[in-house]
Design a protein around this ligand. Sequence first.
Ligand SMILES: C[S@@+](CC[C@H](N)C(=O)[O-])C[C@H]1O[C@@H](n2cnc3c(N)ncnc32)[C@H](O)[C@@H]1O
Length: 235
Amino acid sequence: MTPDAATYTTEELLDMDLSMEEGDWKPTPHGQCLAEVLAEHNIVQGKTVLELGAGTGNHTILFARQGAEHIVATEISRAFADTTRVNVERNVPGAPVECRVADWLSTEGEFDVVVTNPPFCMSGKQNRRYYIDSLILDAHKRLKPGGVLAFVQSSMADLKKTLRRLDENGYDAEVLGERTGPFRDYYYEVEGFMEESRAIEGGFETRDGVDYETLSVVKATLRSYAPPASAHLPE
Ligand SMILES: C[S@@+](CC[C@H](N)C(=O)[O-])C[C@H]1O[C@@H](n2cnc3c(N)ncnc32)[C@H](O)[C@@H]1O
C-alpha cells in the first residue's frame, strides 16, 4: 500500500531514487515536464491507468503516490520493463503496479487513463509524429467511455495539429501546463528534424541565438459516441 496522495508535497511526489541500465531511456526535459505538470494536476487518483513506455518508472512512481487504483506500466523489452519494476519496488514498495512488455497500444484491458511521454524526435518512423497520431487514433480502444488520454509533446511536433486531430477523433482537449527550454544537442544531428521543425508554425523560437521549444502536457477526454448500427464494425 502507498500512503494517501494528500500526505505528499509536490516536492515529495517528485523525489525519486531511480537506477537505470545502459540503454534505458534517461529522463529528459519532456519527462520532467510531464511529471511536474501531472504532480500539480492529479488525474489518476482512484483510477486505473495504462502508462505506455514507462522507462525508469519516473511517472509510474508519481501515479502510485497520487493514489492510482491500479497501474499497468509497459515497455518495449523485458530488460526495460525490469528497470521500471525495480524502481517502482524501491520507491513505492507494494504499489498496485503491473509491468508488462507490450508494443505501444497492443495490450489487454480498458482503463480510465492512458498516459505517456511518446517517442517523437527519435520515433524512427517516416511520420515522426507516428506515436502521437497513433494515440489520437487508437487510444480509445484502451480507454473506458469518458476516459482520459494524457501526454507531453514538443511545439516541434505541431501542437495545433494535435489539438485539431484530437477534436476530430472525439476528444475534448486542453493543455494542462507548459515549459519552455533550450533544444537538446542531438536535435541538430537527426536527419531532417530541423527542416521539418522550421516548416511548423510556432515550432520553435530563437532568442539571442539560442533555439527554444515549448513542451505541452495535453489532457484529452474522450467524448461519448455510439456509431450507427449500419457502421462497419468488427465482431
Ligand atoms: C520518450 S521515452 C519516455 C520514457 C519515460 N516515460 C520518461 O518519460 O522518461 C519513450 C519510452 O517508450 C519506450 N518505447 C518505445 N517504443 C515503444 C513501443 N512501441 N511500445 C512501448 N514502449 C515503447 C522506450 O523504450 C522509452 O522508454
